[in-house]
Ligand binder design. Structure first.
Ligand code: FE
Length: 270
């Protein structure tokens, strides 16, 4: 349970952080019962991180304390760089049938960018290119590049890749990842394999963290498989994390929460 009572699946978080640097947390929320999500994530601050929300069904109404408002609809992505600070709320709303499905990823910022000016990139589904590959594989490119098609999210410090990959039954997908980068898939639908030897079957709600290398291979088995593939350049800095604020030192954390108390948390207007 997170926020005011949202039932979610946490693929990784605080404990696994060091293995997934520069990523901090991945949640999936998927339900057809509004009681699981309508309470939402009322007003809360963020500093020192980016949050990447990808909606698959339903929508999230977003607002911040500076009056910015928006809706993240089905197929849309909100790439929010909290930087020096944002106070916002995220309120999930289902489809007319009550279905709500999405993911939220947290990416860390290096010390040099933690206090940067906050920014939003609101990407609607029609701005996300879909690339057709061999064997019927389809890839939506949110961030990064595939076969010369680049996603709409650019200029992010950790040089991330963020792809939504759909592999038909029996087909295979190969993708290059720069050596030294962290890479993982999170299975959204169906099942298949994310190891070239097809030794271990993975299925929806499972996370696969790849070892270092320059190419990954995923293949669907008897059924189609859909996953997000995320990669990024590790930051390798100390992490001081409390709730929605992630800094480098305990003193910076304490300062952030003191500023929240005093009402001096927001440093930039956006
Ligand atoms: Fe938030």
């Amino acid at each position: 349970m997170e926020g005011a009572g949202v039932r979610l699946r946490r693929a990784f978080g605080n404990q696994q952080g060091p293995d997934l640097d520069p990523f901090l947390l991945l949640d999936e929320f998927k339900s057809d019962n509004p009681d699981d999500y309508l309470a939402g994530f009322p007003w809360h601050p963020h500093r020192g991180i980016e949050t990447i929300t990808y909606m698959l069904e339903g929508r999230v109404e977003h607002g911040d304390s500076l009056g910015n408002e928006g809706v993240i609809g089905s197929g849309d992505v909100q790439w929010m760089t909290a930087g020096s600070g944002i106070i916002h709320q995220e309120m999930p709303k289902g489809t007319p049938d009550g279905v709500m499905w999405g993911t939220q990823l947290w990416a860390n910022l290096p010390a040099s960018a933690k206090m940067m000016e906050p920014r939003y990139r609101d990407i609607t589904s029609n701005q996300i290119p879909e690339v057709d590959l061999d064997q019927g594989v389809k890839v939506k490119v949110v961030c990064g590049e595939i076969n010369g098609t680049a996603g709409p999210v650019r200029d992010i410090v950790i040089d991330p890749g963020y792809l939504d990959v759909r592999i038909p039954a029996g087909a295979e997908f190969r993708h290059d990842i720069p050596a030294g980068y962290t890479a993982f898939t999170y299975i959204l639908n169906g099942s298949g394999f994310c190891d070239p030897g097809r030794k271990k079957e993975v299925t929806e709600h499972q996370l696969v963290v790849f070892g270092d290398g320059d190419e990954l291979v995923c293949s669907a088995g008897k059924e189609d498989m859909q996953f997000i593939l995320v990669s990024g350049k590790p930051i390798r800095e100390p992490v001081a994390w409390y709730g929605p604020v992630v800094m480098n030192t305990q003193a910076e954390l304490e300062q952030a929460f003191e500023e929240i108390q005093k009402g001096t948390f927001l440093k930039h207007k956006i």
